[in-house]
Design a protein around this ligand. Structure first.
Ligand code: HEM
Length: 148
């Protein structure tokens, strides 16, 4: 569909430098919600500043993991259901590390921010809406993993 075309085209540029773009996304996320910083702990060690987190090798691995999940969603736009089990389980893992479902909407805002930074005015309303739909499908599936 037209939406799928817009998503594929816009993802191409992002996926050429996933780490760099992921740093924009998570830099924005910590600006919007600094309270998410303590959720990232490696070897029980908390980061004292976003800068420290954004430069740690373990966190950079998390960025790579996030970008791979988005990449998988873009690859499977036509058959997202094949990611269902994986995403539900991924949601479960995030609940276990203390993430709240609501925080994924801040991640969504940060994703759109990164895409806009990357594309400038080419990131128009149509592209934005296509991404909003895809992201909300991914989050809806992940939130299926939350147990209340
Ligand atoms: C794992 C936190 C958003 C994908 C983790 C881990 C933490 C974490 C603490 C375990 C340590 C690690 O693997 O680095 C968060 C927080 C988020 C967030 C606080 C935002 C509020 C996301 C998003 C995605 C994602 C949006 C992808 C759409 C992953 C993956 C793993 C992971 C693939 C590895 C899971 C595994 O080990 O099987 N996350 N995450 N995360 N996260 Fe996130």
């Amino acid at each position: 569909s037209a939406d799928q075309q817009l998503i594929r085209e816009s993802w191409q540029k992002v996926s050429a430098s996933p780490l760099e773009q992921g740093l924009v996304l998570f830099g924005r996320l910590f600006d919007l919600d600094p309270g998410l910083l303590p959720l990232f702990q490696y070897n029980c060690k908390r980061f004292s500043t976003p800068q420290e987190c954004l430069s740690s090798p373990e966190f950079l691995e998390h960025i790579r993991k996030v970008m791979l999940v988005i990449d998988a969603a873009v690859t499977h736009l036509e058959d997202l259901h094949c990611l269902e089990e994986y995403l539900t389980n991924l949601g479960k893992k995030h609940q276990a590390v203390g993430v709240k479902v609501e925080s994924f909407s801040t991640v969504g805002d940060s994703l759109l921010y990164m895409l806009e930074k990357c594309h400038g005015p080419a990131f128009n309303l149509n592209v934005r809406e296509a991404w909003t739909k895809l992201y909300s499908t991914v989050v809806k599936t992940m939130s299926g993993g939350w147990e209340v």
